[in-house]
Design a protein. Structure first.
Length: 661
């Protein structure tokens, strides 16, 4: 049987899908297979992409299909506005890592990469300085963890010998601990993503044995992966890169080589040993001709996962509020006007997926705003019958349900949440509404993709994710509601009356390191705050941990008679100067920042004749530019300077000021 040629692959794609194959790997797959040409034609004719060409759809449908069904499936790109601006990347591992660079280059990824192979120990130096690297991906070779002799002894042990698993597991965990300690040499300076292991495709005991059986290789590897997780989460600047989960999404059969090699090799399907089989009686094609594989696409997926983790760490293009429409967006149809609405059908399927996504975002601390042209009282009346308890109207921090135009409603929502447009996204089924909002508020991100992609965009995008979920994140909806109530009261009183009646209290304390329970929230606020941020600097976990030891990191938790706002203000100082002041917009205008500067100044003037502060303009920090001027400091070149104490605001009841001594 004649093999499919490259020319036939190109001709088939161009004739049926009106385009070239998406990658060289696709061409190689078909030309390397033993399928007849009819199989290729059948595959293309039965594809969803081909079916779309006969269905009246928006012009963007096919491009959306390609974008959401290739390597970007797990990392949607719709909310991405800013380039990641990666420096160098450090790869560390075994032969598994050697496949990365050629695969990435083949797919057009040109980021400078340094590969360091694991040996008996780690090199003392890297090819470039630490600050040249954006992140470090570390893969501890499975072959060095499941030692081949020990693994064979485990397989040789009787089925009833559960202690054999304990012996092998203990040995593997000790080896992992050894390498984690060495990885930390570099992780203290570079954000490091530690790769776990792809679990076996098959239970060595057979299909009738459950995976949690202590003698199962599935159980063994799941326990090893859990040990890696525990060790990774013990250290700042170490993060788990879940290759095992990603492999389950792509399909293990297209990636892992344990259908051919022994499992402890832990590699990708490939033709590594094909040259050793040239003298067989019957010559056969290489392994890649016998098994469908998507190794190159998977490596690109791993790379995008690492980049997404980096973007979340650095809060690049982070989303802080989602404005969502109702009709044909949260539910099907126009329910408020329907005579006999079928509420169950209105939300069955993708609408409940959107509801799940919104609740997940709410848990992460993203603010939900309902923006719809409808009658609010009518919506309140039908809501319990539509969603029942699956999504509550109270889950939304802001309700803009009226007959006002949506540009006005979104602007009001942003003002109430004290957010910039660049941190807000808008989801609406109506293209005219989307275009109007996009034209009026160009910095706001509008989701134009099909509703079948909305859930993934909302939940899986790097821009909607953070590194931690803090208590403040969980309470953000209630705090925004209290903030709106507070600001409504502000409009009816003079500033002096408003502040005097607020019963404002601020408890300040020093963060001493990562072990402090307030550390995750401190890191989150530093890296997500744009408007009240005197320098705009972002911090890594290790950098913040270091300044906690060498300098002063002061945080303030604020309450008033409306709400507990949690940890909302941070001041960072070195030996002589204030390096940064950051404050949540939830307490802007209450003079909490002046109380922070007062305490920092007091601390600095104990050992210095003058206190100095850094302040840098960014494109977003207009709110904080006059901070030191308001505190009575004077400009000194590029810095601010004072020799005098800053009085505490009379209306702020400050607790524990001695904690910073």
């Amino acid at each position: 049987m004649a093999r499919i040629t490259e020319s036939e692959v190109l001709s088939a794609y161009r004739a049926i899908l009106k385009r070239d194959p998406e990658s060289r790997e696709v061409i190689d797959y078909w030309t390397g297979s033993r399928f007849p040409l009819e199989r290729l034609l059948e595959h293309l004719v039965n594809s969803a992409e081909f079916a779309m060409s006969f269905t009246p759809m928006p012009a963007t449908a096919v491009s959306d299909f390609r974008q959401h069904n290739n390597r970007f499936y797990t990392i949607p790109q719709d909310l991405r506005r800013t380039d990641s601006k990666l420096g160098r990347v450090l790869l560390q591992g075994s032969c598994l890592m050697e496949a990365w660079i050629p695969a990435l280059r083949k797919h057009g990824i040109e980021t400078p990469i340094d590969l360091v192979l694991f040996a008996s120990d780690m090199p003392d130096t890297l090819p470039h300085p630490f600050d040249a690297y954006s992140f470090h991906i570390a893969q501890i070779p499975l072959r060095g963890v499941l030692l081949e002799g020990s693994y064979a002894e485990w397989l040789r042990a009787p089925y009833s010998d559960e202690q054999a698993t304990d012996r092998l597991l203990n040995e593997a965990c000790e080896i992992i601990d050894f390498w984690i300690e060495r990885i930390l040499r570099w992780a203290r300076e570079i954000p490091t993503f530690v790769v776990n292991y792809m679990t076996p495709q098959y239970n060595v005991n057979g299909r009738h044995f459950h995976r949690s059986d202590a003698t199962s290789n599935l159980y063994l590897m799941e326990q090893i992966n859990r040990h890696i997780e525990r060790r990774v989460f013990e250290h700042p600047n170490l993060y788990l890169m879940d290759m095992n989960h990603l492999a389950s999404i792509y399909g293990r059969r297209f990636i892992q080589d344990d259908s051919i090699w022994h499992y402890a090799h832990g590699g990708f399907i490939g033709d590594h040993d094909f040259t050793l089989d040239q003298d067989r009686i019957v010559r056969v094609p290489a392994p890649s001709a016998h098994y469908s594989h998507q190794v190159g696409e998977f490596i690109c997926g791993l790379w995008l996962e690492a980049e997404a983790m980096y973007r979340s760490l650095r809060s690049i293009d982070s989303v802080k509020m989602v404005c969502v429409d109702l009709d044909d967006t949260l539910w099907r149809g126009v329910l408020a006007e329907a005579d006999n609405p079928d509420y169950q059908s209105a939300v069955e399927g993708w609408p409940l997926g959107i509801a799940e996504a919104l609740l997940s975002l709410r848990r992460r601390g993203v603010i939900l705003a309902l923006v719809s042209k409808n009658d609010l009282e009518r919506i309140k009346a039908i809501w319990p019958r539509v969603f029942q308890r699956r999504l509550l109207l109270e889950d939304f921090a802001i309700l803009k349900v009226s007959w006002n135009n949506k540009v006005q409603s979104i602007n009001e929502a942003m003002q109430e949440a004290n957010l910039l447009p660049r941190n807000v996204i808008f989801v609406d089924d109506n293209p005219r509404e989307r275009e109007t909002v996009e034209e009026a508020i160009p910095d706001l991100r509008v989701v134009h993709a099909s509703h079948y992609y909305w859930k993934r965009i909302l939940m899986w995008s790097a821009e909607t994710q953070g590194v931690t979920i803090t208590a403040e994140s969980t309470r953000r909806t209630e705090m925004i509601k209290s903030q709106i109530q507070r600001e409504t009261e502000r409009k009816t009183l003079s500033r002096e009356e408003f502040l005097a009646r607020l019963n404002l209290k601020a408890a300040f304390g020093r963060i001493t390191g990562q072990s402090d329970p307030r550390f995750p929230r401190t890191l989150e606020l530093l890296n997500k705050t744009n408007q009240f941020n005197t320098t705009g600097r972002r911090w890594s976990t290790q950098e913040l941990d270091d300044i906690c030891s060498s300098g002063l990191v002061l945080v303030g938790e604020v309450t008033d008679r409306h709400a507990e706002y949690g940890l909302v203000v941070i001041g960072i100082a070195s030996a002589q100067r204030i390096e940064q002041v950051v404050m949540s917009c939830r307490v802007v205008g209450l003079d909490v920042e002046i109380a922070m500067v007062s305490l920092l100044t007091e601390a600095l003037l104990r050992d210095n004749a003058a206190a100095v502060a850094v302040s840098k303009h960014t494109d977003a920090n207009l709110l904080s530019r006059d901070l030191f001027e308001k505190c009575g400091w004077s400009v000194d070149g590029d810095l601010w300077r004072t020799t005098r104490a800053v009085p505490l605001p009379a209306h702020v009841e400050v607790a524990y000021p001695g904690a910073i001594a």
